[in-house]
Design a protein around this ligand. Sequence first.
Ligand SMILES: O=c1ccn([C@@H]2O[C@H](COP(=O)(O)O)[C@@H](O)[C@H]2O)c(=O)[nH]1
Length: 229
Amino acid sequence: MKKKKRLAVALDFTTIEEAEKFLYNIEDKDIIIKIGYSLFIKYGTDITDFVKNRGFDLFLDLKLHDIPNTVYNGVKAALYTGADYLTIHTLGGIKMLEKAVEAKKDSDLKLLGVTILTSHDEKYLDYIGSKYSIKELALKLSKNAVNIGIDGIVCSAEEVKQIKEDIKKEFIAVVPGIRTEKIEGDDQKRVLTPEEAINLGADIIVVGRPIIKAKDPNKKIKEIKERIN
Ligand SMILES: O=c1ccn([C@@H]2O[C@H](COP(=O)(O)O)[C@@H](O)[C@H]2O)c(=O)[nH]1
């Protein structure tokens, strides 16, 4: 049977009041809610408990990147939030990824390895001094992470097809940088549409501003879910 593709909504508000109001009005519970820095640093488990108590799957997007021991403790701490997904930077290296996997052992938490942020283009490669293209680097980082036991990969739709084809082990492909129409002055660089991302191999697409800034977020969620399944 074909696996259902899922939508994660990036709840990138800056106050808990806005976030709660938004979630009170959301009719479809079968979405994943992604909480990032803007809410988690300020409100901690008040916001994660709210998401869980409303019946949503929780995606904690903290993009951990630190020394192995600190990341180990960070993953352990994240387990207390009841998060279903947690992000970690694959650029953090093998030892760091191994400690993250060790920390989540025996839990249902899915660790997602972020490769190259969708806000970067090829200029970033100069900045980090990489001899690889974005596609090559994202693939190399993904292979290492999945081999170590990371459950999923965060990459752009531009790389997902090759990553899916080249990694034989099962993993979850999570794709942000999704646009239904052009946004003026967008910070995202590697963007594609919901259906393009899914056709190229995404299992979960992440959509923030196109939904949370929509006039009718319920209508937008319905439209995107219809486009991906
Ligand atoms: O490479 C990445 C990793 C994470 N993100 C996060 O996804 C959302 C996208 O929001 P939009 O408003 O749809 O651009 C945001 O929370 C990012 O932190 C990403 O965009 N790219």
